[in-house]
Design a protein around this ligand. Sequence first.
Ligand code: AMP
Length: 176
Amino acid sequence: MATESLIRDIRAKVRTVPDFPKPGIAFKDLTPVMGDGPLFARVVEALATRYQNEDVHAVVGIEARGFILGAAMAARLGRAFVPVRKPGKLPWKTLRENYALEYGTDALEIHEDALRPGAKVVVVDDLLATGGTLAATERLMRSIGAEVLESLVVVELEALTGRKALQNPVFALLSM
Ligand code: AMP
């Protein structure tokens, strides 16, 4: 699992951008973590290792930053990758959930046939803020009949207590 040195190295690379995308938001930019190849490989390895002996059918990634880690993890594990996308992006029939986020409102969709009922999944996003995004994804997973083993984020903004909005367990690599 994640070692202290991995967590320290990620923390050192996360860039805080004040007032993006709106005044008052301190945006946690993870592109420097992904931009460091050896570090990105260690992150993917650590996260994939957490589930390699678990009965996980699919990694569900949330658009857009959840795709980056989620797809890398799914490929490393040899399990399915299922995208949860912003409205109007998926070509087939979809299920939809509306949600609020730290800076606005939006909706998320999944293909209605993306997961079979009872499928065990891990949901992945880059960051947990108010929890609205992951809560909407939990609801999508319930409508499709999938079982969320755990939701996974790299960074949890602990002060926003997003974890309280969620029903399933959340694993965060680090909190800020
Ligand atoms: P929330 O639904 O409030 O938990 O917000 C989580 C989603 O919004 C994730 O997909 C994040 O990528 C994005 N997000 C919200 N707040 C921030 C922030 N301060 N820094 C970076 N991403 C954020």
